[in-house]
Design a protein around this ligand. Structure first.
Ligand code: FAD
Length: 303
C-alpha cells in the first residue's frame, strides 16, 4: 500500500517541482544521490574506487518530451564519458532510453544511442541500458539487439518481476549478451508482473541459474542477502565459467554489504546517480524500503 502511494507520488510532476526547490530536500537526497553536478559524481566515484569498487554513473532524468532535450541528454552522456576517461576513474555509464528520445521516436532514440555507444567505444568504455516501465521493455530490447550486433560495449537489464523475463533471458543468454539482473522498480499490473516478493525472488533465482549456464557477462544487481547467497553458490558451482560476474548495488544502500563483498574478493560496482532531476529516483528508493522514510523524517527533525 505505502509502496504504491510512494510510486504514485514518484510520477507527480507538480510535487517534483515543489520538492526540487527545497534546499533541505536536496540535502536529504544526498543519502542516495551523489550530488547535482558531474564534479560531485566524479568525487564520489573516486572515493568508491579507492574502496575497491567500480561505478556506473547515471545522469538522472527520464522521459524527455522534446527532441532537443533528448539531444542534450545524449551530449551530456558523451561529456560524462570524456570526463571519466580524462579523470581516469573506474566507471561506466547507465542510461535510460526515454532520456534520449524513446518516448518521442524510435529512430531518434536509435541515432542518439548510437552516438553514445560510439563515444563509449572510442573511450574503451561500457554503456548499460537501464530497463524502465513495462511499455518500454520491448522497444528497449529491440534497440539493444539491433545495436549490440555492432557495439559489444552495450549491456541490457532484465527485471525478474516481469512474467516475460524468462524468454528474454534465454534470448540474451543465447547471444552471450551482457545482462544486469534486477528485481524491477516500477508499479506493474498482475497480468505482467509477479506481485508477491516470494514469486519475484523465485524468478530472480531461476533467471540467475539460466544466466550462469551461459557465457553472458553477468551483473547481479540486488541488496537482498538471499539473492546474493544464491548467486555466490552458483558462482562456486560454475567455477569453469569464463564470463565475468559482478555484484551491483545502489549508492547509499547496504554499504555494509558492498564493503563485505569487496573484502571477500568479489567484483562490486556501485550505481551512482547524480543530477538535478533526482526526485523520481529518490521516491522509488523510498518505495523499495519505506523504512527509509524514517531516515528522511529523522533528518527533517534534526533540522
Ligand atoms: C545496480 C542496480 C541497478 C538497477 N537498475 C534497475 C533498472 O534498470 N530497472 C529497474 O526497474 N530497477 C533497477 N534497479 C532496482 C531494482 O529493480 C530494485 O527495485 C531494487 O534493487 C530493490 O530490490 P532488491 O533486489 O534490493 O531487493 P528487495 O527485496 O527490494 O530488498 C531486499 C533487501 O535489500 C535492502 N534494500 C533494498 N532496497 C533498499 C533501499 N532502497 N534502501 C535500503 N535498503 C534497501 C533491504 O535490506 C531489503 O530488505 C537496480 C538496482 C540496482 C542495485
Amino acid at each position: 500500500m505505502l509502496r504504491s502511494v510512494l510510486l504514485y507520488l514518484s510520477e507527480q510532476k507538480g510535487l517534483q517541482e515543489f520538492i526540487l526547490r527545497r534546499r533541505l530536500a536536496r540535502r536529504v537526497s544526498r543519502r542516495f544521490v551523489a550530488g547535482e553536478t558531474l564534479d560531485e559524481a566524479i568525487q564520489v566515484t573516486r572515493d568508491l574506487n579507492a574502496r575497491g569498487m567500480d561505478v556506473t554513473l547515471d545522469h538522472l532524468g527520464e522521459s524527455v518530451e522534446r527532441e532537443d532535450q533528448a539531444g542534450k541528454a545524449t551530449d551530456d552522456y558523451i561529456a560524462i564519458l570524456e570526463r571519466i576517461s580524462r579523470g581516469k576513474v573506474r566507471a561506466g555509464i547507465s542510461i535510460k532510453l526515454t532520456q534520449i528520445g524513446l518516448a518521442i521516436d524510435h529512430d531518434l532514440c536509435r541515432r542518439n544511442l548510437r552516438r553514445v555507444a560510439e563515444a563509449a567505444r572510442d573511450y574503451g568504455n561500457f554503456v548499460r541500458i537501464d530497463m524502465e516501465a513495462s511499455q518500454y521493455v520491448q522497444p528497449t530490447l529491440d534497440l539493444f539487439y539491433e545495436l549490440n550486433r555492432e557495439f559489444k560495449n552495450l549491456g541490457a537489464v532484465i527485471q525478474s518481476y516481469l512474467r516475460r523475463s524468462e524468454g528474454d533471458i534465454r534470448e540474451l543468454a543465447a547471444r552471450g549478451a551482457s545482462v544486469r539482473l534486477c528485481k524491477g522498480a516500477y508499479k506493474e499490473p498482475p497480468e505482467l508482473a509477479f506481485q508477491k516478493k516470494k514469486e519475484v525472488d523465485a524468478s530472480y533465482v531461476q533467471l540467475l541459474e539460466i544466466l550462469m549456464e551461459s557465457e553472458s557477462p553477468l551483473a547481479v544487481a540486488t541488496h537482498d542477502s538471499r539473492m546474493i547467497g544464491a548467486a555466490k553458490r552458483l558462482v562456486r558451482d560454475h567455477s569453469n565459467r569464463e564470463a565475468p560476474v559482478e555484484f551491483q548495488m545502489l549508492y547509499g544502500v547496504r554499504r555494509d554489504l558492498q564493503a563485505r563483498l569487496v573484502e571477500e574478493g568479489y567484483r562490486v560496482r556501485v550505481y551512482v546517480p547524480y543530477g538535478t532531476q533526482w526526485y523520481p529516483y529518490f521516491m522509488r528508493r523510498m518505495a523499495e524500503r519505506p523504512a527509509n522514510l524514517l531516515f528522511v523524517l529523522r533528518a527533517l527533525k534534526g533540522k
